[in-house]
Design a binder for this molecule. Structure first.
Ligand code: CA
Length: 403
């Protein structure tokens, strides 16, 4: 892309707007501004221009400021509460201490554009400068009501620390990686962790690059409050009616609900069945010592379980492990007296079992030793003791409503 050609044809530089939809209202609530350039009757993205290291920052700055101006002119026309997302590369943002950009915003504020409608989409993946300086600048912008979104997540190892420090209003997550099934569980799990983090710090999740129905479903399921992508609406030079997809999103959410409820019902009813079954075996064999009791259970749950043990209310193992290896079940006494109360959800599960006097089927998680996705069924047995039965991936795979 010829930078000089662009700079000498600034009339051909203009913004495109991609709608961002909200899950709660199912309306267009914002637009992301994207740079476009018209060359020989063809409209091309200015993305490569802004990402090109060879092009001097002052050129980019000039083109960028023009895009900001033209997009905010447009924003003045629409509903008060529609937000405008402006892409801010950290390097360009700290250029001249972000002063001319801020002056531009303030001149629009004078004309009636509330700066609380502005969301800065910060991408700092190539930023080599001082993070403290960047943070100070962002905090300064915030004093004007400007919101901060963090984008290009999930690649840098320091993402989590950065997110904690920036405390953004919005976390923007690119679903491009979800296109191929080969990205598999790890990507899902990282996103799940990010969604927990977002909840902890009070940030909203925005999923972008939604290009297929299952990506929308993924975004919905993982706590996405905002959605953006070609599957919903492509970027254009104009705004769209805010209720453009209201009915379609309603239908989609209904389908997603049915699907998830069916899975939750399956987990619930499996827990009920296991509860009755295991409880009966325990009652019949309560005279046996723990290891023999586990063997009696294993005999009847051979197709399903691969590990079982008993803990007391403080998480200390009061039996060995009964583990199903390649040569069948065997007892591993080295696990006796190990403590598991430090594990996530352990105490919550104990308290819930104790209060409800009922078994619980856990969520799907990765077993530390085998590396497989499993669930654990746990059940109160005897006085203040708890039986844990790990359900194999193979069984869950054969009953895929449990996956
Ligand atoms: Ca962006």
């Amino acid at each position: 892309m010829d930078a000089l050609e662009i700079l000498s044809n600034l009339d051909s530089v203009f913004p495109y707007f991609q709608p961002i939809f909200s899950a709660d209202e199912m309306l267009v609530v914002a637009y992301e501004v994207l740079g476009r350039y018209q060359s020989d009757g063809e409209i091309i993205s200015l993305g490569p221009f802004f990402n090109d290291d060879q092009i001097p920052d002052e050129y980019k700055y000039e083109v960028d400021l023009l895009l900001v101006k033209r997009s905010l002119e447009k924003a003045l026309e629409v509903r008060e509460d529609i937000k405008i997302f402006l892409n801010r590369d950290a390097d360009l943002l700290v250029y001249d201490d972000g002063e001319s950009f801020l002056q531009e915003l303030l001149s629009f504020e004078k004309r009636g554009l509330s700066l609380s409608r502005i969301v800065l989409e910060i991408s700092e993946h190539q930023y080599q400068g001082d993070l403290g300086q960047l943070d100070n600048l962002l905090n300064y912008y915030r004093t004007y009501g400007i919101k901060i979104a963090v984008t290009r997540l999930g690649r840098e190892s320091h993402s989590f620390t950065r997110i904690g420090r920036l405390n953004p209003d919005i976390l923007k997550i690119n679903l491009q990686a979800l296109k191929s099934t080969s990205t598999g569980t790890n990507f899902n799990d990282v996103l799940f962790a990010i969604s927990l983090l977002a909840r902890k710090i009070g940030a909203d999740l925005l999923f972008e690059n939604i290009e297929m129905s299952y990506q929308l479903q993924f975004a919905w399921k993982n706590g996405g409050r905002y959605y953006q992508g070609f599957y919903l609406s492509p970027p254009t030079d104009d705004f769209v009616p805010s209720n453009l997809l209201k009915n379609r999103l309603k239908e989609k959410f209904h389908d997603f609900n049915l699907y998830e409820k069916r899975k939750l019902e399956a987990v619930y009813s499996t827990a009920e069945i296991l509860q009755a079954k295991v409880h009966e075996i325990v009652l019949k064999n309560k005279k046996l010592d723990y290891e023999d009791l586990l063997k009696a259970i294993a005999k009847q749950m051979d197709d399903m379980a691969f590990r079982m043990y008993i803990c007391d209310g403080d998480g200390f193992q009061i039996s060995g492990n009964l583990f199903k290896g390649n040569n069948g079940w065997n007892t591993q006494m080295e696990y006796l007296n190990k403590n598991w109360s430090w594990r996530p959800y352990f105490l919550e599960t104990i308290i819930k079992m104790r209060n409800d006097r009922k078994g619980i089927l856990s969520d799907l998680y990765c077993d530390i030793e085998t590396g497989e996705s499993i669930r654990t069924f746990s059940l109160p047995v005897f006085e203040n003791n708890y039986l844990f039965i790990d359900i194999s991936y193979r069984y869950l795979f054969e009953h895929d409503e449990l996956l």
